[in-house]
Design a protein around this ligand. Structure first.
Ligand code: NZQ
Ligand code: ZN
Length: 386
């Protein structure tokens, strides 16, 4: 196992009815800005629950944070923050709202000239407004991690800072019942790929992390299709298991002390930035190709994955690996996700631009060995064609 320091200070409030706890977990006397997206919380009752819980607080709202949140939208929140002297942010939504609110929190107290420098130049952040969140879409893990992804002029870039880690996250599985099938699928596959990014690398004898990761993968494989099936999609246990798995997939625990890949994500971000494809749908296209192209450097973990996640014990090494990749693709297809670039109407002529973007963003040494050059990224995208 590699050396690590681990801390996750986000307090989780899991279960039905937990939104009511906001009245107690947000400091008394705080002036709160509730941030949200395009309005799903207005139609599924979440907004009303939040409003009821904040009855004794002074609060304002900022809506319109879009999927793949943009710098321009997020900067608009600064006016109300400064005019109303907001000192606590409550993000109510999916990864985009939570990520966007992290950027708003950092930008509000940023001392430099242009808050975009936080991302573009990795400008140091010395303070951020405190924030908490009510998660409505299990997927990104943003609710209990210090990371965020923001887009400006088609450039989709990540930043991370402990100062923007949410103080608390409310995880009520009931609020996910209003999700569309597309968003359920996106969430399950995003959490699956987060787990893979921290697991499918090379062995360092990290037994707990490996077995923990395998249990998350198996849970998502078992429960994901149930959340789409008519007779089980209302089942709160199914939703709860998916929700907790998605949080644990990217809260730092399974990634502590192990090598991490993230090439699928970095290549996927270019597909979203350039073509607007949903985050998780970029991952279901890129991951199978990463598995194929990186087969030899990931051989030992691919065999472990084949045996422990897919129970493949018959046949030679190559057969088991091919079969595991095939079953991964089939799982994505069961979740109604695309697995090839052609499924999203992209072809060979689109690859050059994506590689240029990766290079422009400094994504030239990807993967757990830092050896995925733009040429190998090209091979990955070419493999994803058919
Ligand atoms: O905006 P509203 O109206 O709320 O609708 C949203 C949005 O249209 C809807 N939705 C959310 N909860 C709902 C609901 N609709 C009905 N019922 C509910 N309960 O779902 C749509 C998508 O929401 P979004 O927040 O964009 O999805 P997701 O949670 O998948 O977040 C994706 C973003 O997170 C980033 C991605 O890059 C992308 O920008 N990521 C953040 C990470 C992190 N912070 O650690 C890691 C991830 O790898 C990822 O990169
Ligand atoms: Zn992701």
């Amino acid at each position: 196992m590699l050396n690590f320091s681990f801390q996750n200070s986000t307090q989780i409030h899991f279960g039905e009815g937990q939104i009511a706890k906001l009245s107690r977990v947000i400091p008394q006397g705080a002036t709160v800005l509730v941030t949200y997206g395009g309005g799903s919380i207005k139609t599924n009752g979440v907004y009303d629950q939040v409003a009821a819980a904040l009855a004794d607080h002074t609060w304002y709202e900022f809506s319109g944070i879009e999927p793949n949140p943009t710098y321009d939208t997020l900067m608009q929140a600064q006016t109300v923050i400064h005019e109303r002297k907001v000192d606590f942010l409550l993000a109510v939504g999916g990864g985009s709202v939570i990520d966007g609110t992290k950027f708003i929190a950092a930008a509000a107290l940023f001392e430099g000239e242009d808050p975009w420098d936080i991302i573009a130049k990795r400008a140091p952040i010395t303070a951020a407004l405190p924030m908490g969140c009510v998660l409505t879409l299990p997927a990104t893990g943003s609710e209990s991690n210090p990371a965020a992804v923001v887009t400006r002029d088609g450039h989709k870039l990540p930043f991370r800072n402990e100062l923007v880690r949410p103080a608390f996250a409310v995880l009520d599985p009931a609020v996910t019942l209003s999700l569309s099938d597309r968003q359920i699928s996106n969430g399950v596959v995003d959490a699956f790929v987060h787990t893979i990014e921290q697991y499918l690398t090379y062995p360092v004898n990290a037994k707990v992390q490996d077995r923990f990761a395998e249990s998350l993968l198996q849970t998502l494989i078992e429960e994901g299709p149930k959340a789409l099936a008519d007779d089980t999609k209302q089942d709160l246990d199914v939703r709860g298991n998916i929700m907790w798995a998605a949080t644990l997939a990217l809260n730092g625990l399974i990634g502590a002390g192990v090598p991490q890949d993230w090439a699928t994500h970095m290549i996927g971000h270019e597909l979203t930035g350039e073509h607007g494809i949903d985050h998780a749908r970029t991952l279901s296209i890129v991951l199978p190709a990463v598995m194929k192209v990186r087969q030899s450097s990931k051989q030992e973990k691919l065999l472990q994955y084949a045996e422990r996640v897919w129970q493949l014990v018959e046949g030679d090494d190559d057969f088991r690996i091919q079969r595991a990749i095939q079953l991964t693709e089939q799982f994505f297809e069961t979740m109604q996700m695309p697995t090839r670039l052609r499924d999203v109407n992209l072809g060979e002529s689109d690859i050059d631009r994506l590689i240029n973007r990766l290079t422009q963003h400094g994504m030239v040494k990807l993967g757990e060995h830092g050896d995925i050059t733009p040429d190998i990224s090209r091979e990955i995208l070419t493999t994803a064609l058919a």
